[in-house]
Every structure is written in structure tokens, then in C-alpha cells.
Design a protein around this ligand. Structure first.
Ligand SMILES: Cc1cc2nc3c(=O)[nH]c(=O)nc-3n(C[C@H](O)[C@H](O)[C@H](O)COP(=O)(O)OP(=O)(O)OC[C@H]3O[C@@H](n4cnc5c(N)ncnc54)[C@H](O)[C@@H]3O)c2cc1C
Length: 402
């Protein structure tokens, strides 16, 4: 197979970029190693910045018809005190809320919407296993598909294959590790009809938890210190569920649905970035270029922003061939600042809140001064909402197509 652009990875970055390049008439293939998008965890928050882009693409009406829940006020319990971290209703944007939507619905929607572009092909169950090269230049990928191993020659290969990117490793791109002090246990609790609660985060001495209202169930993210999964398991599932039920009494009855450790997934958290995102013929974006911490739920949205910036900067150049490495590097030059700023904020929260909360022992947990200030001053909740909901340097669709 020979294409102008081969995108590896059908996550938010890859599917959005595939859509945008297909829309611009570029001959593009997206390879996704799984047979479908139905994975238990993929990050489910669609922020105002992404909703705005869906609007610019004329996709918003269909998108908002998909089942989702909306969040405007980010509130939590911190050591027994109620705090408000952000109020998205203060944003002067068309969609001032976070839409909670299973990511498989988002990705399926992009896939279905992209079917009208003749130049876009999405190949499921197609796993890139190596890079093709001509000297220094990357010229495509070798992929395992249900029909056997095939070589896909491409003028440009774009790695959107996530935090464990094989492509960046094969290309010898070094990763700068920033680190995260936590991992996450991910499970569902049953939800009764009309059961609802505004709190989404709970922090107590030694424990942290986030719950998402998913309509007919609660999605729970229980934060544990990094590397403590075996220790938590050794204490037993009843001990974990007991702790969860005490922190969030609303979950108690629904926790009966967590029957074994098979129902509890470990999600390892990483924060890192590539100093260099390119090789001749290759560009990395999304988590493949910068793994994001779950703090703020911004990773999906940053990956989408990378995709939009890539299409804006490269679509017209791809009409005539592969952009030079200098031209490819324009994507890093545009996106590195928002990534650095966002990771810096995530590290500040990790160091000052997550570390303090997860410290063993029954110390008294004090609401940090800044959090107290934000809770007391509603206009500050608008500023935090801006950072979380729109991010730094939000992108707008400028690539050709309609
Ligand atoms: C615990 C945790 C919670 C999080 N919660 C949120 C949240 O609520 N909201 C949010 O916005 N972000 C969240 N994030 C971050 C978010 O998941 C990522 O930033 C985002 O998914 C990155 O998108 P991506 O498209 O770059 O990569 P990914 O979503 O990782 O997608 C990569 C895709 O590539 C495919 N792939 C991998 N290798 C190959 C290969 N060799 N060949 C073909 N296909 C391949 C994978 O199957 C996958 O579909 C969280 C992260 C963690 C760790």
C-alpha cells in the first residue's frame, strides 16, 4: 500500500488528524491495532476547547446527540471541607461545560463522520510493528493485519500511538521523564435511577478518589501511591471497597458490582515529553509526544489540539509531498509551550496536593491556601475554568476542506 500520510494509532489524536486530513483531500490511512474502540478506559472528558472544534467542523449537533453528562462546577470534598475548583459556566464560550462521554462513542463518531471522505481509510486490527526506512528517512510502516503482514509506504508517517509509542522508540527519539507519584484503580459501581451528586473529587488523609456520573453507573478512579498496586491487592478487595464506601457513601450499594480484582483495572500514570518530535518523514503527536497526567482531564483535549495544529500547519504542504523536517518541527514549535505549561500545572498539583494527600498516616489534611481562595472568589473559578476548559493557546480549524 502506498499513501501520502500514514497515521499510526486510532486514539483522539489519530482519529481527529485522520478526519482533518481526509477532509483536506489528503490520501491518508489510520491504523488502529484493536478491532474496535471499546476499551474500558480511554479518558472520557470532552472539554469546551474540543466542543468548539467540533462546532467549527460542523459536527457539534450530531455529537451532542450522543449520550453524555455535562459538568460545569468542579466541586470536591477536601479533608471534610467542600471546595470548588472551577466554574465553567463563567466562560464566555458557546459550550461552557465538560461533556462526559465514553471515548469509544467519540472515536466512533469521528470514524463515521469521516466515511464521507474518499481519501481517508481507517484500518482496524492493523498494528504497526516496525518502521520502514530509506537511509535516515522514515518511509512508512510494516503492519500486522488480519490479511497478514503488509508494508505501507508513506511520504509522512505520524505516530499517534500513545504513551507507549513503538514508533518513537524505533525512531530513537529520547523521552524526558517528568514522573508522577500515583497510579489509578479504575472500576464501575452501580447507580440507581435518579441518584446524583455534584461532588466529583474526594480527598482525605492517605486517599483520593474521583467519580464520574455515567448515567447508568458511576465510574470510579481511586488514586494510589505509585507502585502500591500489589500492597493494595494484598489488603484484599473488601478492604478497598470498604474504604471507597466510607469516602463516598453514595457508592455503597453499587459497589456490590465490583466482584473481583478482574473488575478493577490498574491505570499507570506517566508524565513525560519528547524534546524532539520529528525525524525525516516522521512526526509524533498526542501522548506519543507528551504523556499527560489525568489531573484536569486534559490529555484527550491536548491530543485533539495537536491534531488540529498538525493539519493547520501541514495539510497544504502534504498536497505536494512530504514536508521537510524543519516544516514538520513547526508542530512542536507551536504545541510545546501549551504542553509545558499544562504539565507544569499538573506537577504543581501532584507535588502540593496529591503527594500531601497520599502521605501515609492519619495527618490532618488542610485545604491549601490557593484552593481556599478559589473556593471563596467566584471570579477565580472562571480563571481556573479557562485553564482547564480551554487550555493554553487553543487551536482553531484552519486546514482546508468542508
Ligand atoms: C489514569 C488516567 C486517567 C486519564 N483521564 C483522562 C480524562 O479523564 N480526560 C482526558 O482528557 N485525558 C485523560 N487522560 C489522558 C488521556 O488518556 C491521554 O492523554 C489521551 O488518550 C492521549 O490521546 P492519544 O490519541 O495521543 O493516545 P491514546 O489515547 O493512547 O491512543 C493511542 C492509540 O494508538 C493505538 N496503538 C498503539 N500502538 C499501536 C500500534 N503499534 N499500531 C496501531 N495502533 C496502535 C492504541 O490502541 C490507541 O488506540 C488520563 C490518563 C490516565 C493515565
Amino acid at each position: 500500500m502506498k499513501v501520502r500520510c500514514c497515521i499510526v494509532g486510532g486514539g483522539p489524536a489519530g482519529m481527529m488528524l485522520g478526519y482533518l486530513l481526509g477532509r483536506a483531500g489528503i490520501d491518508v490511512v489510520v491504523l488502529e491495532k484493536h478491532a474496535d474502540f471499546f476499551r474500558d478506559f480511554r479518558g472520557d472528558t470532552v472539554h469546551p476547547s474540543t466542543l468548539q472544534l467540533m462546532d467549527e467542523l460542523g459536527l457539534i449537533d450530531g455529537f451532542l446527540k450522543l449520550p453524555h453528562q455535562r459538568l460545569q462546577k468542579m466541586e470536591g470534598m477536601f479533608g471534610g471541607e467542600q471546595v470548588r475548583i472551577a466554574d465553567l459556566s463563567r466562560l464566555h464560550v458557546k459550550y461552557p461545560f465538560i461533556a462526559f462521554m465514553p471515548q469509544w462513542d467519540f472515536l466512533n463518531f469521528l470514524r463515521e463522520s469521516g466515511k464521507r471522505f474518499a481519501s481517508l481509510k481507517v484500518m482496524m486490527s492493523a498494528e504497526a510493528v516496525d518502521l520502514l526506512r530509506d537511509g535516515e528517512r522514515i518511509t512508512g510502516v510494516r503492519a500486522r493485519t488480519p490479511d497478514g503482514v503488509i508494508d505501507i509506504e508513506a511520504d509522512l508517517t505520524i505516530a499517534c500511538d500513545g504513551r507507549h509509542s513503538l514508533l518513537r522508540e524505533r525512531a530513537g527519539l529520547a523521552v524526558e521523564e517528568i514522573g508522577a507519584p500515583m497510579d489509578v484503580l479504575w472500576f464501575r459501581a452501580g447507580k440507581r435511577e435518579n441518584e446524583s451528586e455534584n461532588l466529583f473529587a474526594r480527598v482525605e488523609p492517605g486517599k483520593m478518589m474521583v467519580t464520574f456520573d455515567r448515567g447508568d453507573y458511576w465510574q470510579c478512579a481511586f488514586v494510589i501511591p505509585k507502585g502500591q498496586h500489589d500492597a493494595v491487592k494484598a489488603r484484599g478487595l473488601p478492604a478497598l471497597l470498604d474504604e471507597v464506601g466510607r469516602m463516598a457513601p453514595i457508592l455503597k450499594s453499587g459497589l456490590a458490582e465490583v466482584k473481583s480484582w478482574d473488575d478493577v483495572k490498574l491505570l499507570t500514570v506517566a508524565v513525560n515529553r519528547l524534546p524532539r518530535w520529528t525525524r525525516p518523514g516522521l512526526l509524533c503527536i498526542g501522548d506519543a509526544a507528551h504523556a499527560m497526567s489525568p489531573i484536569g482531564g486534559v490529555g484527550v483535549n491536548l491530543a485533539v489540539q495537536d491534531a488540529v495544529a498538525t493539519a493547520n500547519l501541514l495539510a497544504s504542504k502534504l498536497v505536494s509531498g512530504c514536508p521537510s523536517e524543519e516544516e514538520l518541527d513547526a508542530v512542536r514549535r507551536r504545541r510545546a509551550f501549551p504542553v509545558r505549561m499544562t504539565q507544569r500545572m499538573q506537577v504543581v498539583v501532584q507535588n502540593n496536593i496529591v503527594n500531601a494527600a497520599l502521605k501515609p498516616g492519619n495527618q490532618l489534611l488542610k485545604v491549601p491556601f490557593v484552593m481556599r481562595l478559589v473556593t471563596a472568589l467566584p471570579w477565580l473559578q472562571g480563571i481556573t475554568a479557562r485553564f482547564v476548559g480551554l487550555g493554553v493557546r487553543p487551536e482553531h480549524v484552519q486546514s482546508p476542506g468542508g
